[in-house]
Design a binder for this molecule. Sequence first.
Ligand SMILES: NC(=O)c1ccc[n+]([C@@H]2O[C@H](COP(=O)([O-])OP(=O)(O)OC[C@H]3O[C@@H](n4cnc5c(N)ncnc54)[C@H](OP(=O)(O)O)[C@@H]3O)[C@@H](O)[C@H]2O)c1
Length: 284
Amino acid sequence: MKTLVTGAGGMLANDLVTCLSESGYEVLALPHEKLDKTDLGAIRATADGFEPELIINCAAYNKVDEAESEEHQALMVNSFGVQNLCLVCQERDIPLVHFSTDYVFDGTKEAPYTIYDEPNPLGAYGRSKLLGERYVLWLLNKFYLIRTTWLFGTHGRNFIDTMLEIGQRQKKISVVNDQRGCPTWTRHLAEAVVDLIETGRYGVYHITNSEPTTWFNFAQEIFRLSGMDIELVPVTSDQFPTPAKRPLNSVLDPFPLPQLLGREMPTWREGLREYLRQRSKTKK
Ligand SMILES: NC(=O)c1ccc[n+]([C@@H]2O[C@H](COP(=O)([O-])OP(=O)(O)OC[C@H]3O[C@@H](n4cnc5c(N)ncnc54)[C@H](OP(=O)(O)O)[C@@H]3O)[C@@H](O)[C@H]2O)c1
């Protein structure tokens, strides 16, 4: 299937393009400098030239804290950029795969968030991603709208890189222990996305690695697997103020993905182990 991937320089896009190519898709993967999704004319021209049968949108404004002071920029990319892609999919009658986030929820629910829970974002980034979701729902009837969380992958900076860097400089590190979520390896996510596309079942999905944890417990496992002796101090979000408030509960209920794919997602521990193996070959 001829597939156009936007935001191809990003972390998830890199693994997704690999998985798509391995599965026989013909992929045109365009990074930001080759295709700006805020430019409707450019998207139309690209689509006219390549004639995709599917568009996968990996492009996003992901600076959660900066979004608080530059909300219009976040909206231009995460909302109106998505509207542009929807319009082109609508004109060509082709499906869109789009990614969203746990940050559309306020994190006050005790149980994992289901696909039928009402979003209520806490900050500007979440609001921009929610409006992007709404354009997909308003404009398209062929789409996979996929919410995911706490991504880590070989082709982008992530929490693991940050921890390992700090661990080189200091032996005692404070890490937040009151936010719960599922760290997710982009390769595992990419494999599930390709499997989902193969089902042809459009809709809203939650795709993350399994077994919720906290940033603190995630950090513990990162240092344990890396053989680094670091003293970790659990702290609360209030002790670590950031411009954007984070949801305390970011856990997403995967229903109905496992029923559809006939398998559970791997655990984040499996993803982390494999990521660290690959990281040792590719990142310094
Ligand atoms: N990372 C996470 O923890 C996380 C969690 C939940 C959901 N998500 C969602 O998952 C998706 C993939 O995330 P990711 O972490 O792989 O993202 P990423 O590594 O930040 O990649 C996003 C890419 O989008 C590009 N981009 C920004 N503005 C653009 C524009 N106007 N036109 C075209 N490209 C543009 C960026 O290029 P430049 O850098 O050159 O601008 C970057 O290469 C996103 O939708 C994100 O919101 C991510």
